[in-house]
Design a protein around this ligand. Structure first.
Ligand code: HGY
Ligand code: MN
Ligand code: MN
Length: 411
């Protein structure tokens, strides 16, 4: 009997899971290592164990569930994503890849389908990077990009350390978080962009992921009274910041066809209506599939920061906190996903695509052959509560994942 996806079971799980940290506007608020994230992890452990998976938690809190293969000594096929969310984010980002992977295992169990290779499901820690920067921290340590001490030392805005928070929620595992032999890694994810929806296509066969840079920038000026301080005596950190915000738009508009640039987070101090801003801290995010384009954009932005500081006669700080190169995936995985897509949705209902969003797959791609499957995001929106994917598309995406796993796990 061929393994098939149980769409009702998947739907029930998806809805039950997204009650954890549910927001009034239909999204979820389950930031990394929050009480809601712990509840989500607990639920996954319960479901992994019910599916007879052997559960392992590593020292970064990455959560693995392993299904043995007929030759258990072979390198496993790993599939999954993440369950930490943006603050008030969407229900599909990450969750789809973890619950979809679990559904693939359940379908294999139901059909009594053995695989030669072991199959492992994973939920990576701290993919979003909103509470603890940088993002993809759990998969980054697993791939040997960051060491555990660095990762455990990362602090949120309140000064809480990642390692302490992991301890506090009870997911500071003992298994080493380090590269190990994997046959391949596959990740199902919502596209989070407009192309599948605009093209009325069901599946994206992902060829790779953009590279990107994140930086923390600060201007330090002089707080003073907004009334009696003449304009020529001011050193206004927010005026310097506004220059840079405008320059990011100019850089993104001229630095390369696919280049995108964002100032997403900004904190002004003392943030009072009648005080000239003394200090402003903000972030830069530049992305492109061409690493040289990202490099040039970051350099231009750094110069813009320096010039803005000179014009306003304020101090400046520029710290790049993460740089990840573009990740072109392995042909063997792209082609396996494409074969599965063709058999599920036919020749005309999928396209090859590159991801502007970052994913754990970028780091897995550094240690094993990696592939991704996209399903459409309605309106192309994501990282907001309104994120939405049609349920038929979700099911088709999981069916493609099942097809690719069946091929790769018996290679
Ligand atoms: O930033 C990203 O693209 C991912 O959501 N962490
Ligand atoms: Mn994601
Ligand atoms: Mn995300």
């Amino acid at each position: 009997m061929r393994a098939t996806i149980d769409a009702d079971r998947l739907r029930e799980r998806f809805d039950a899971f997204n009650e954890i940290g549910a927001t009034e506007r239909g999204g979820v608020d389950r930031p990394s290592l929050s009480p809601e994230n712990r509840e989500a992890r607990d639920r996954l452990v319960e479901w992994f164990e019910a599916a007879d998976l052997a559960v392992t938690v590593d020292e970064m809190g990455n959560l693995f569930g392993r299904r043995p293969g007929s030759d258990d000594s072979l390198a496993p096929v790993l599939l999954g994503s993440h369950v930490d969310s943006q603050y008030n984010g969407g229900r599909y980002d990450g969750v789809l890849g973890v619950l979809g992977a679990l559904e693939v295992v359940e379908a294999l169990n139901d059909a009594g389908t053995g695989t030669e290779r072991p199959v492992e499901v994973v939920a990576w820690s701290n993919e979003e990077g909103v509470r603890f920067q940088p993002d993809m921290l759990g998969s980054g340590v697993f791939a040997g990009v960051f060491d555990v001490e660095y990762a455990h030392g990362r602090e949120d805005k309140e000064g809480n350390r990642f390692g302490d928070e992991l301890e506090r929620i009870g997911y500071a595992g003992t298994a080493p978080c380090e590269p190990r032999d994997l046959h391949c890694y596959l990740e199902l994810h919502v596209e989070q962009g407009p192309y599948l929806d605009e093209g009325d296509l069901s599946i994206g066969v992902v060829e790779g992921v953009y590279g990107f840079s994140w930086a923390n920038v600060a201007f330090e000026g002089q707080a003073d009274h907004a009334g009696p301080t003449p304009m020529h005596l001011r050193h206004d950190a927010l005026v310097a910041t506004s220059d840079v915000v405008q320059s990011v738009r100019r850089i993104a508009g001229t630095g390369g066809a696919d280049l995108v640039g964002t100032v997403g987070s900004i904190d002004a101090h003392p943030n009072s209506i009648n005080v000239i801003p003394e200090r402003v801290e903000f972030t830069l995010d530049f992305r492109s599939y061409d690493d040289g384009v990202v490099e040039a954009a970051v350099d231009r932005a750094r110069r813009e920061v320096e010039w803005a500081a000179e014009r306003e006669d304020v101090e400046w700080e520029f710290e790049e906190i993460m740089r990840i190169d573009a990740a072109p995936f392995a042909d063997e995985c792209i082609e396996a996903v494409e074969r599965a897509a063709r058999s599920v949705v036919g020749e005309d209902d999928y396209t090859r695509i590159v991801s502007g969003a970052g994913h754990d797959a970028s780091y897995l791609n550094e240690i094993c052959p990696t592939g991704m499957i996209f399903v459409p995001s309605v309106g192309g929106i994501s990282h907001v509560e309104e994120e939405y994917t049609e349920w038929e598309d979700v099911v088709r995406g999981v069916e493609v994942l099942l097809g690719a796993v069946l091929e790769k796990a018996d290679e």
